[in-house]
Ligand binder design. Structure first.
Ligand code: NAI
Ligand code: NA
Length: 396
């Protein structure tokens, strides 16, 4: 069928298999162009189908010739209905990995559940024996707790007071004032339950209990900090509490891995357009200004550039792993550079509907958003019939 983007609010209801394939191929080419990384050879990526997790899987496979198992939660296609983009990304990834002679298998299901953990452990036991890197890159609005059965929902709210600031509807380009009501009730606990570190530590405990982590194995999860502009709704809001918890969990996991000389880190990454970040008020306006500034300075990165730098200059750098005073790896260092943040702060009060496409990179934002769903890639004929019924070859 001929597939066009169909938008509803901040989401796109369709995705393009050939465009998603092009996206994966472009990322693979980038990694190959940067040369070999002396990284892990057997890698488990939890949240492997889009964003930073997909970039991690690609970097391991095509930067270090690693065997990869990817866990994700995506929707397969049905006749006349496209799959979710992460499904097509994973299909394309496996196809390219297999062509290159690399082991790649995937598990589609709820990573928070006992069943999916058990399936993954069995697959590792059967095929890989052990893994030496576990990337934890889940982003989800809900988590059903495996012990209590409670369905937790995360929120993106300020704590303690109303937060008012500017935002942009990136589709229309309209800049407006918004106010977000503070969290209430169990919002903080629920957000920590979904996006905090409990599930990450459950994964590592389960792997370790079955002796599936190799001597010296490493695990990394992703976090975000951002500027003071977004602090009230991000780092000091409900999601920030979850990130605090995730970052603290890195230390408890590191302790639990001492006997196998294992390591656990959180890497603080840069703000990027993903399905998750598009839904957070204020962030799209911040990203529009940030992109423009970072592109002008020649320091703009997408997920794949971020993860390539994380692996080659942090995780697998022979001089040891540099961290900040809270033990976190920082690849948001260029975003947080003083000259960059000074410019964002200067432009922020000036931004209006009329001038945003000039002082900010609204076009770049939109383009990246379309790219998430496989649209607007060079080399793809969007007028041609596409086969929506693409399968992931080695789905377990
Ligand atoms: P994303 O939405 O692109 O990827 C989320 C992944 O999790 C997908 O592979 C999805 O299939 C999987 N997933 C979601 N729920 C699942 C479930 N129940 N079971 C199995 N898989 C599930 O998100 P993104 O942006 O790559 O986020 C990954 C991490 O990076 C998050 O912790 C996020 O906070 C962090 N981060 C994101 C930044 C951004 O600007 N987007 C900046 C810095 C950190
Ligand atoms: Na991800």
């Amino acid at each position: 069928m001929i597939i066009e983007p169909r938008m509803r609010g901040f989401i796109c209801l369709t995705s393009h298999p050939d465009g998603c394939e092009q996206n994966v191929k472009n990322q693979i080419e980038y990694i190959k162009s940067k040369g070999t990384i002396a990284g892990a050879k057997k890698v488990l990526v939890i949240g492997a189908s889009t964003g930073f997790g997909l970039a991690s899987r690609i970097t391991s496979a095509f930067g270090s010739n690693a065997a990869t198992i990817g866990v994700f939660f995506e929707k397969p296609a049905a006749e006349g209905k496209t799959a979710s983009p992460g499904w097509y990304n994973s299909a394309a990834f496996e196809k390219e990995a297999h062509k290159a002679g690399l082991y790649a298998k995937s598990i589609n299901g709820d990573a928070f559940s006992k069943e999916v953990k058990q399936q993954t452990l069995e697959l590792i036991k059967k095929d890989l024996g052990q893994v030496d890197l576990v990337v934890y890159s889940l982003a989800s609005p809900v988590r059903q707790h495996p012990e209590t059965g409670v369905l937790h929902r995360s929120t993106l709210k300020p704590i303690g007071g109303v937060y008012s600031n500017k935002t942009v509807d990136f589709h229309s380009g309209k800049v407006s004032e918004i106010s977000i009501q503070p969290c209430e009730g169990d919002d903080i606990e629920n957000t920590v339950a979904v996006m905090g570190g409990e599930d990450w530590s459950m994964w590592i405990e389960a792997l370790k209990a079955e002796n599936l982590l190799a001597e010296g194995a490493m695990t990394v999860a992703y976090s975000y900090i951002g500027p003071s502009l977004t602090e009230a709704v991000y780092r000091k809001g409900t999601i920030g509490r979850a990130k605090d918890h995730l970052e603290a969990t890195a230390f408890t996991i590191a302790d639990s891995l001492k006997d196998i000389n294992g390591k656990a880190f959180v890497s603080v990454n840069k703000a990027l357009v993903t399905q998750a970040s598009s839904a957070i008020p204020v962030i799209p306006l911040y990203i529009s200004l940030l992109y423009k500034i970072m592109k002008e300075k020649g320091i703009h990165e997408g997920c794949i550039e971020q993860i390539q730098r994380l692996y080659s200059e942090r995780l697998y750098n022979n001089d040891g792993i540099a961290t900040d005073d809270k033990g976190r790896i920082r690849v948001d260092d260029w975003e947080m550079r003083e000259d960059v943040q000074e410019l964002v702060a200067k432009l922020w009060p000036e931004a209006t509907t009329e001038n945003l496409s000039e002082i900010g990179d609204l076009a770049g934002y939109r383009h990246d958003f379309y790219n998430l769903f496989g649209f607007e890639f060079d080399g793809v004929d969007y007028k041609a019939e596409a086969n929506e019924l693409v399968n992931v070859p080695s789905i377990v």
